[in-house]
Design a protein around this ligand. Structure first.
Ligand SMILES: *Cc1c(COP(=O)(O)O)cnc(C)c1O
Length: 386
């Protein structure tokens, strides 16, 4: 069946499922076997069924589902977001490649680009994603790829994605985007012009804070290269985690639509309050890229961050008074989580680097869940009143 004509809410449920169904099973069984009978049929190595080769029915169904959600030709799942990201980057760069990256990257990606890629003889330059005029000067003969995130963490900035795609197309650079924060419900980068989309499926795609997984989507040609590299590097997803991810994905549209509503309500309520210095949420008119976010995204997402007039002390007080949000550094699940990036995601940076990025000690980041919006907003109101 061709699911591409159906809406995302339908695709998340049905796309990718094997037809005919395996033994009639509506839910794909977990193929918990590391050996599959091989009776000497002719073929190539990748035809051998083996969990590391990403070719169990669990992997194949998820690859097809992720592709259908991202409106891409092909997709695959990986053992973690970082497995997806590092494999895609290595495949895209090749020998001696040079990479352009945005300044604010997910911490693991930042470490990989600045330390590991550099140690392999690959180079990078940081681009200001809001200033397209500054990019051409950084191009080298070896520049192969541009890597950005759909929304930055924790300040939720929206890069000039249109300019990035145009710039890269003119120069035949591969564009890679980490779409974890937006999720395909709010933004489909491949349809927009990006070559490759990567995800930490640990976050929105799975949505239940109970596994670690990654995903890549893009052209069949790119996905084949990435798959072959992944087969060597070994970052394939365990079949039981595949089962959980497939189950989680089915409610992606429902969850993210509710998270869009809940986060916007919370952002508006925080922005109205005295004692709140700033709220970073692309759905607020005061957000510097609000117009762009409105144009690009179908929803503004479930992530926001804010700062209080009282700085660190006030932030600590609010954290101690909140009853619903769990303090935890991850995101994208059904439970509302809150974290102070200065001591979690950005703890590895020096105080100066954090200040330069705008990650103050008192900044709080919220991953808004799917609890009742009234309860979430009410809980923040009582915590801020104390
Ligand atoms: C969590 C995260 C990652 C890393 O994913 P893992 O599943 O933890 O390996 C990458 N990018 C973003 C934006 C993330 O939030």
């Amino acid at each position: 069946m061709n699911w591409s004509t159906r809406s995302l809410a339908t695709r998340v449920i049905h796309a990718g499922d094997p037809r005919p169904r395996i033994a009639g099973a509506l839910t794909i069984p977990i193929f918990q076997s590391s050996v599959f009978e091989h009776r000497g049929e002719e073929g190539v190595y990748e035809d051998v069924r083996y969990p590391r080769l990403n070719n169990l029915p669990n992997h194949e169904a998820l690859g097809r589902k992720v592709a259908a959600l991202e409106e891409a030709e092909a997709g695959l799942v990986a053992a973690s977001g970082m497995a997806a990201i590092t494999t895609a980057l290595l495949a895209a760069l090749g020998q001696g490649g040079h990479l352009l990256v945005q300044g604010q990257l997910y911490g693991g990606t930042h470490m990989f680009v600045t330390h590991t890629l550099a140690s392999l003889g690959l180079s990078y330059d940081v681009i200001d994603v809001q200033d397209p005029s500054s990019w051409a000067g950084l191009i080298r003969p070896t520049t192969r790829a541009i890597y950005v995130e759909s929304l930055t963490n924790p300040l939720l900035e929206v890069a000039d994605h249109g300019a990035i795609v145009r710039f890269a197309t003119e120069r035949s650079l591969v564009t890679i985007i980490d779409n974890t924060f937006a999720s395909p419900i709010n933004f489909r980068p491949v349809a927009f012009g990006y070559d490759l989309v990567v995800h930490s499926a640990t976050k929105y795609l799975n949505g239940h804070n109970d596994l670690v997984a990654g995903a890549v989507a893009g052209s069949a040609e790119w996905l084949r290269k990435i798959l072959l590299l992944q087969n060597e590097l070994g970052g394939s997803l365990d079949p039981h985690a595949c089962y959980l991810l497939n189950r989680g994905l089915k409610t992606l549209a429902l969850r993210v639509q509710q998270q869009n509503i809940n986060a916007l309500e919370l952002a508006r309520s925080l922005a109205r309050r005295e004692g709140v210095r700033v709220v970073h949420y692309p759905g607020l008119e005061a957000h510097p890229q609000h117009a762009r976010a409105r144009e690009l995204f179908d929803g503004f997402g479930g992530m926001l961050s804010f700062e209080l007039e009282g700085g660190l002390d006030a932030a600590r007080r609010v954290l101690s008074r909140l009853e619903i949000p769990v303090q935890g550094p991850s995101l994208g699940g059904v439970e509302t989580l809150i974290t102070r990036p200065a001591v979690t995601s950005h703890a590895g940076l020096s105080e100066n680097e954090r200040r330069r990025l705008g990650v103050t000690d008192g900044l709080l980041r919220v991953s808004v869940g799917v609890e009742s919006a009234a309860d979430i907003v009410g809980d923040f109101e009582q915590a801020l009143s104390g």
